[in-house]
Design a protein around this ligand. Structure first.
Ligand SMILES: *Cc1c(COP(=O)(O)O)cnc(C)c1O
Length: 427
């Protein structure tokens, strides 16, 4: 029934339906543990023979309600929350990769994810190939190896705001017997549901628009349930052969379409423990409830601001996929016809000092290591988030050293434009 409802309705209803006399608002179950009457009842939970709560590191009712809400919004079969977006992308890949595995990712991705894949994964024995998301099918296909386990990309890249051609990448991934995992943080499921276009697994930094108020670091993973692990059983032994840490249970046989999320919860969360606190899940849910109205306002304002900057003589270039002459306009119309997000990338004419003077003169717009919240903010990745990357790596990640990332919030767009205008007057 939920699948037929529109996103704004799902934002307030999916994943939690109180019975008579139960709280209308999703309650915070701030408890580490849950009680049982007999030892056997508890034992069955530990063997994954019965489902139920016993320890919050593995599962908690508040977290599960919010995860179910996100799964409904994305059109997936199951979801899980993690302590951060970094943990979500780590778990999403590590659930099907191990030492000796290989994975492929687009190179235009968030700096933290670039570091995770480029530096930390190799230390764990996972080889990673970075590809240009605009490369031809042949070039991308040449990156696949017999031990390749997945293809990864960002639906709208941070900070370059490039649009991923999900259908094309899904087709290539499936041809090589691996899932496509996409990070859908920037568009949110209100503007884009990648599973409808063939993506298999969706991740989020819920820290951004989903929370939307700059209160809570968190992440999420949603599985479509569509990828046929059994059809490629030799590639994914962690899902298709017995898990000795659960008395020889095989996830695909026992849990079917829920195999991937069940393994990530019962094995990775058990061992690596990056759970989101129920209190944070509650804040996240407050954000999700207003997500659809916020995204609508933010996208309309961002369009106004982008058009203003596009025509401003001090602006060297601006990239916003909602602009008609943008290189990604057609892709954005296909995948996100109702709007992309509030983030845009731009560079001013003149040297880097000019950009610094511009940022320092902004009054309403603040300099923040954040993006996609209710306050309009600006950041210079080369000197902030991406400063660990060399100029060469910056360019590979699609980040021009002069690029500034502007993220439009919930203020009146006329006030945002007025603030930009006075700061642009400073030569
Ligand atoms: C912020 C971000 C992340 C990392 O999320 P955290 O919640 O900060 O750990 C991952 N992917 C994208 C696209 C992001 O914007």
């Amino acid at each position: 029934m939920e699948k037929k409802l529109h996103p704004s309705t799902l934002c307030v209803h999916a994943g939690y339906s109180p019975a008579n006399g139960e709280p209308r608002q999703m309650p915070i179950i701030q408890s580490t543990t849950f009680k049982y009457t007999t030892s056997d009842e508890m034992g069955r939970l530990f063997d994954l023979e019965a489902s139920g709560y016993f320890y919050t590191r593995l599962q908690n009712p508040t977290n599960d309600h919010v995860a179910a809400r996100l799964a409904a919004l994305e059109g997936g079969v199951a979801g899980m929350l993690t302590s951060s977006g970094q943990a979500a992308n780590f778990f999403a890949c590590f659930n099907i990769c191990e030492a000796g595995s290989h994975m492929i990712t687009t190179s235009a991705i968030y700096g933290g994810t670039y570091n995770l894949f480029g530096v930390t994964f190799p230390k764990m024995g996972i080889e990673v190939t970075f590809i240009d998301q605009d490369a031809s099918d042949e070039e991308i296909e040449a990156a696949f190896r017999p031990n390749t386990k997945l293809l990864f990309g960002e639906t709208l890249t941070n900070p370059g705001v490039r649009v991923l051609d999900i259908e094309r990448l899904a087709r290539i991934a499936h041809k090589h017997g691996v899932p496509l995992i996409v990070d859908n943080t920037f568009p949110t499921p209100v503007n884009l549901r990648p599973i409808e276009f063939g993506a298999d697994i969706v991740t989020h930094s819920t820290t951004k628009y989903l929370d939307g108020h700059g209160t809570t670091v968190g992440g999420a993973i949603i599985d479509s349930g569509n990828f046929d692990w059994e059809a490629h059983a030799d590639k994914f032994p962690g899902l298709t052969t017995p898990d000795e840490s659960y008395h020889g249970l095989t996830y695909t046989k026992k849990f079917g379409k829920l195999a991937y999320i069940t393994k990530a919860t019962s094995q990775l969360m058990r061992d690596l423990g990056s759970i989101q606190s129920p209190q944070n899940a509650f804040y996240l849910n407050l954000g999700i409830q207003t997500l659809a109205v916020r995204m609508k306002h933010i996208c309309a304002s961002a369009q106004m601001v982008a058009e203003y900057l596009h025509d401003h003589p001090a602006v060297e270039w601006i990239h916003f996929p909602g602009l008609k002459d943008d290189s990604d306009y057609a892709l954005a119309q296909k995948y996100m016809p109702e709007g992309t997000c509030g983030v845009m990338a731009l560079a001013l004419k003149g040297d880097r000092e000019r950009a610094k003077r511009f940022m320092d003169h902004l009054q309403l717009v603040t300099i923040e290591t954040h993006v996609a919240d209710c306050h309009t903010c600006i950041l210079h990745p080369a000197s902030h988030t991406h400063r660990q990357l060399s100029d060469q790596q910056l360019r590979e990640a699609g980040v021009d050293p002069g690029l500034m990332r502007l993220s439009i919030g919930l203020e009146d767009p006329r006030d945002i434009i007025a603030d930009l205008e006075q700061a642009l007057r400073v030569e």
